[in-house]
Structure formats: structure tokens, C-alpha cells
Design a protein around this ligand. Structure first.
Ligand SMILES: CC(C)(COP(=O)(O)OP(=O)(O)OC[C@H]1O[C@@H](n2cnc3c(N)ncnc32)[C@H](O)[C@@H]1OP(=O)(O)O)[C@@H](O)C(=O)NCCC(=O)NCCS
Length: 196
């Protein structure tokens, strides 16, 4: 499939937010710009998403980390085919030098099929570790909220591994509520080991 041409080149990006004006606790002297992704951002996004899948691992599944990373990388390589900004939005956080700091990927999806309602869904959020705790994750989520609102949708949702306490705290601090719980039971080869 051809790469869609609706992807907005970085030069046309229209969403430059001075983080310090928006987010409590953003460190001074760190200017963060949030902008729509351009095609040449995808390598950075794919690398970070594949590397940081480790933060979303389930403590209840037997996984081979390298295999999971490889799976994630292949999954994200499909982004080139779906990045059309109608049903998908990819935003990049960068510093004043234009260095890549993180990304957020949102789909519009009927994920909550029981309710039959389209909604925004955060498929991936990641910030480079050396920039954690500076409010960049919050900025990216605020941007996802804006995108969802612009699409006329009432709700923004996401899934997070129960072990990812850092991300859970972040979502709760922004007003997200736990809506459902997912359960897992191992049915072949015995019981779970206790997590941790
Ligand atoms: C989760 C993640 C995106 C957060 O990015 P970030 O830029 O550090 O987030 P922010 O600085 O905007 O948010 C900080 C919030 O996280 C929480 N937090 C910050 N430092 C924390 C710490 N050391 N321990 C626990 N929670 C912490 C707090 O709720 C904090 O809010 P506060 O500043 O009002 O107290 C980032 O840690 C990351 O990339 N993690 C790996 C990938 C991942 O887990 N993605 C989410 C998958 S669902």
C-alpha cells in the first residue's frame, strides 16, 4: 500500500506548545514542542516503541523480551500504511533543537464495542527515559485529548499493564478513571509465579 500523503511534514506542523506554560512541574529551560509526525520521524518512533515495550510486559506471561521487541517493531512498521490523520494521529515531542523526545499514537476506534461508540484510543505513549518526570508525557496526552475533541468524540481511552505504576499514576493525575479489569489465567503447564 502506498504511503498516504496526508502525513503533515514537520515544517507545516501547527502545534508548538511552550511546555512550561502548560504543565505544572515542567523543568525550566526545557522547551518542548508537540507537533504532528512527519514520515522521517517514523524511525525514531519505531525504535522507541520497540525498546519501551518492556514497560508494558505482563508479569503473568512467559515472554521472550527480544521476541516481543521484534513483534512490536513489525507492528509499528505498519504505521507507514495507516498514518493518515483521519483515524490515526501520531504526535512527536521534541526539544528546541528539534531532537526527538517521545511520541503518542492515537487511533479512532470502536474499541468500546459494547457501547457502540467511536472513541479516541491511545495505542502508544513513550518518552525517552532521560526526559522522564518533566511533564512531556502529560503534554502528549493533552494533545491526544485535543485530537479526540477535534474529531467530535466524547472519550479518550487506553490500556495499561497493571504493573506499570508510573504510567497509571500519570493517567490518574490527568483524570483518567479505571473502567474495566482484564483477567488472565494460565491453562497449560500449571500456575503463575507470584509477580515481582
Ligand atoms: C509513562 C511515561 C510516558 C511518562 O512520561 P513522563 O514524561 O515522565 O511523564 P510526565 O513527566 O508528564 O508525568 C509525570 C507523572 O508521572 C508520575 N511520575 C513521575 N515520576 C514518577 C516516579 N518516579 N514514580 C512514579 N510516578 C512518577 C507522576 O504522576 C507524575 O505526575 P506529577 O509530575 O504531577 O507528579 C514514561 O515514563 C515512559 O515513556 N514510560 C515507558 C513507556 C510507557 O510505560 N508507556 C505507557 C504505556 S501505557
Amino acid at each position: 500500500m502506498a504511503i498516504p500523503d496526508q502525513v503533515v511534514p514537520a515544517a507545516q506542523a501547527d502545534n508548538v506548545l511552550p511546555a512550561a506554560n502548560l504543565i505544572k512541574g515542567v523543568k525550566k529551560n526545557l522547551q518542548v514542542n508537540i507537533r504532528k509526525a512527519a514520515l522521517n520521524d517514523l524511525d525514531n518512533v519505531i525504535d522507541l516503541a520497540s525498546e519501551y515495550i518492556i514497560y508494558s510486559l505482563s508479569p503473568y506471561r512467559d515472554v521472550l523480551i527480544e521476541k516481543i521487541k521484534e513483534f512490536r517493531r513489525k507492528d509499528f512498521q505498519n504505521l507507514k500504511n495507516i498514518l493518515d490523520f483521519e483515524k490515526t494521529a501520531l504526535y512527536i515531542a521534541e526539544n528546541e533543537k528539534g531532537e526527538f523526545l517521545g511520541h503518542i499514537l492515537i487511533f479512532i476506534t470502536p474499541f468500546e464495542s459494547a457501547m457502540g461508540e467511536l472513541q479516541g484510543y491511545i495505542f502508544d505513549l513513550a518518552v525517552k527515559q532521560e526526559y522522564w518526570g518533566k511533564g512531556i508525557g502529560k503534554l502528549l496526552i493533552r494533545q491526544a485529548e485535543e485530537f479526540t475533541k477535534e474529531k467530535g468524540l466524547n472519550y479518550l481511552t487506553l490500556g495499561v499493564s497493571s504493573s506499570n505504576q508510573r504510567a497509571i499514576k500519570l493517567y490518574e493525575s490527568l483524570g483518567f478513571k479505571e473502567e474495566r479489569k482484564k483477567f488472565i489465567k494460565k491453562v497449560i503447564n500449571g500456575n503463575f509465579n507470584p509477580p515481582g
